[in-house]
Design a protein around this ligand. Sequence first.
Ligand SMILES: Cc1ncc(COP(=O)(O)O)c(C=O)c1O
Length: 390
Amino acid sequence: MTSSPSLLRFVEEKLARLDDCRLRRRLRPLERGPGMRVRAGDRILVDFCSNDYLGLTQDERVKRAAIAAVERFGTGVGASRLVTGDTPLHAELERRLADLKGAEAAMVFGSGYLANIGIVPALVSEGDLLLIDELAHACLYGGARLSGATVKVFRHNDVADAERILKEERARHRHALLLTDGVFSMDGDLAPVPDLMRLTRAFDAWLLTDDAHGLGVLGGGGGTGRHWGVSPDIQMGTLSKALGSYGGYVCGDRALIDLLISRARSFVYATGLPPSAVGATIAALDVIASEPDRCERPQVLARGFARSLDLPLPESPIVPIILGDPDSSLDASAALEREGFLVTAIRPPTVPEGTARLRVTFTATHEASDVESLAGHIAHLGLGLRRRPC
Ligand SMILES: Cc1ncc(COP(=O)(O)O)c(C=O)c1O
């Protein structure tokens, strides 16, 4: 089949523009192995940019659990959970997630992205108000757009700015929902969740935190809520980062979860999570419960790395090195790769214009010597420019 000429023209022009700005993205098959080693063609690189914070994608216990789940339940569930796609394993995982988050109930989605674009429109719509942190993840913005609610963006982590918007807008809207990452994915900083809880309570607004980068690494593994000692109304996250599996989840009150089971379109109209992902996640939760040191290590390594380069001390295992334009970031990434490190360049629109960067992430299975060596090469290349404030 040949595409229509106008479609091809449109696509080729778009690609040419992306090439001009060095914003075109390309796939690159890699073979991941233990110890954060990846095979790229004929080279082995040390991966310093994945979100596999606990190294559980390669853990034998987690792999065995995935295989056992496939043997018992098959490779897929064949339908939406609400049709014939539910298994006892799904319910067990949901109980475990709710317990870990100190919530009454939980439900799992096909991915974190699907969770956010399902949850938000199920809770707010036209006539309601959505507040969203300017640096919130793309899928929170996706959910906000789909909802039809009035969307107001507040300055990053600026509770006073969110309060200003609530003062101006709250009375004109039926319900209000505030959306924020718990740990910001590209900067690694934390949202001021207790302050946001106080603010939302004061204005009868609801708070949703996206804990994709907090679970498994903050609060002894319990994530953002445990770190701060609070329980936001709606706690969502992913099974695909520290848990080393695939899927998304949300935790909250039983009634909230019951509503989402009926109304979150990306849950109702999508096939249930495959047994392999569910089994792997349950085994990963066992590891988190039994190995607190593993949950601490990514952040310990991140702090050591930042100290050695005189960078601001990170609050999570994510350390951004902001270089500005896409060219500098691609060049820096290529230079590190020549030295044996995989640190993919992050460019707009994933990050704001002018803040292209290397996003360095640390995991429980990195060796201290890998971290020292990376820091040495970054210093040698003169990349650690963002100094700690005096
Ligand atoms: C903050 C945040 N939320 C949600 C997601 C989406 O999760 P998933 O990869 O499971 O779709 C991501 C992942 O990239 C993320 O960083």
